[in-house]
Design a protein around this ligand. Structure first.
Ligand code: KG4
Ligand code: ZN
Length: 334
C-alpha cells in the first residue's frame, strides 16, 4: 500500500496550474498562475494571449509545484494533464509540457477530462460516496453527471446553449463590470433586491437540460431598454435578480435529478459553485431532502491542477495511459 503521487497540469483556459497530490486526496502543492489581470483589459479571455502566457508560465509553475511538494521527480507515479475540453492553443501548452516531463523522467502520462477534474475537487473535502450526482457549473460548462463508481461518468443533463458562467460574464460586461463577471455580480447582488422578474428556462417537463441564453438576452435587453428610455437602472437589483434566476434553475434541476436517481451524495463544482446564492440555496435544498452535499472551498472551485491530479489518480489506478502522440482535444467528451 504505497502512496500514489501524481503531478497534475492544467492549462485549458486562463490559469496555468500545476499541483502534486498524494493518493488523490492530499494536496502537497498547488501552484496557479492566473491570467485574469491580463485578460481583464480585453473584457474576456483572448485565446492567443492565453496560449502565449501559458508558454511563459508553464515551466515556472511546474517547478514551483515540485519544489513546494518536497518530493522529487523519481517519487512521482504519473503526470496527469488536462486533455480537454478547452481552448486548443492553451491545452497544447499543458499537454506538450506533460509529454516532455513524462518522457524526460520516464514517468507514465495520464489524460484527464477537465470536467472530471472539477468533480474530483470535492474529494479534497470529503470522500466520494456512490452513487452520486455532480453539478459542474463553470465558464465553459453546465453539466449534471451521474457517477456509480470512481471514474464512471454519465452526463444526465447539459446546457443547450450558454454555460452558466458565460451568462454571468456577459451580463456583467453589459453592466460595465470587469472580467470575470461572476464574482462581481455576486458582490453587487448583496446590495440589491431581486425585484426584476427575469425568465427561468425549465425546457420540457422533467428535462434535466439547461438553457441560459434566453435569460442572458432578457437581462441585456432590460438594461438597453431602460437606458434608451433614459431611466437609471439599479445595477445591484439587476445583478440580484439575474443571480436569483440562475440559482433557482440550477438548484431545482439538480434536485429533480437527485429525486430521479437513488444517490448517497450530491457534489457541486466549477467556478460558478463559488457563487454565494447558489451555495446557500443548494445547501438549503439538500438539507430539506436529507442529501449529503459537498461543495469545494472557493480556491478549488475555479480552475486548478490539484483537481486534475485527483481525477488523474483514479485514471492512473484504472490503468489509463497516454503516449507521446497525446493531443489537446477542444471538444473532448467525458
Ligand atoms: O471553473 P472556472 O474557473 O473555469 C472554467 O472551467 O470555465 O469557472 C470560471 C467561471 C467564470 O465564468 C466566472 O465568472 C465564474 O466561474 N465565477 C462565478 C463566481 N466566481 C467565479 N460565477 C458566479 N459567482 C461567483 N462567485
Ligand atoms: Zn474549469
Amino acid at each position: 500500500n504505497r502512496k500514489t503521487m501524481i503531478l497534475g497540469i492544467e492549462t485549458s483556459c486562463d490559469e496555468t496550474a500545476a499541483a502534486v497530490v498524494e493518493n488523490g486526496t492530499k494536496i502537497l502543492a498547488n501552484a496557479v498562475a492566473s491570467q485574469i489581470d491580463i485578460h481583464r483589459r480585453f473584457g474576456g479571455v483572448v485565446p492567443e494571449v492565453a496560449s502565449r502566457h501559458h508558454v511563459d508560465q508553464i515551466t515556472i509553475v511546474c517547478e514551483e509545484a515540485m519544489r513546494e511538494s518536497g518530493i522529487s521527480w523519481g517519487d512521482l507515479d504519473a503526470i496527469a494533464v488536462t486533455q480537454g475540453p478547452g481552448l486548443i492553443g492553451a491545452l497544447l501548452v499543458g499537454v506538450n509540457a506533460a509529454k516532455a516531463l513524462a518522457f524526460a523522467h520516464g514517468i507514465p502520462l495520464v489524460p484527464v477530462h477537465h470536467i472530471t477534474g472539477h468533480i474530483y475537487a470535492n474529494r479534497f473535502v470529503h470522500e466520494l460516496q456512490f452513487p452520486l450526482i455532480a453539478l459542474v457549473v463553470s465558464g465553459g460548462h453546465t453539466e449534471l453527471v451521474f457517477m456509480k463508481a470512481h471514474g464512471s461518468y454519465q452526463v444526465i443533463g447539459t446546457t443547450r446553449d450558454d454555460a452558466a458562467g458565460e451568462a454571468f460574464d456577459k451580463v456583467a460586461r453589459t453592466l460595465g463590470l470587469p472580467y470575470p463577471g461572476g464574482p462581481e455580480i455576486d458582490r453587487l447582488a448583496k446590495q440589491g433586491k431581486a425585484s426584476i422578474d427575469f425568465p427561468r428556462a425549465w425546457l420540457e417537463e422533467g428535462s434535466l437540460d439547461f438553457s441560459f441564453s434566453g435569460l442572458k438576452s432578457a437581462v441585456i435587453n432590460y438594461i438597453h431598454n431602460e437606458r434608451q428610455r433614459g431611466r437609471e437602472i439599479s445595477k445591484a437589483d439587476v445583478a440580484a435578480s439575474f443571480q436569483v434566476s440562475v440559482a433557482e434553475v440550477l438548484v431545482k434541476k439538480t434536485m429533480l435529478a437527485a429525486g430521479r436517481y437513488d444517490i448517497r451524495q450530491l457534489l457541486v463544482a466549477g467556478g460558478v459553485s463559488a457563487n454565494s446564492r447558489v451555495r446557500k440555496e443548494m445547501t438549503a435544498a439538500a438539507e430539506t431532502r436529507g442529501i449529503p452535499l459537498v461543495i469545494p472551498p472557493l480556491r478549488l472551485c475555479t480552475d486548478n491542477a490539484a483537481m486534475i491530479a485527483a481525477s488523474g489518480t483514479i485514471g492512473f489506478l484504472k490503468g489509463m495511459r497516454a503516449d507521446l502522440a497525446l493531443n489537446g482535444s477542444p471538444n473532448l467528451a467525458i
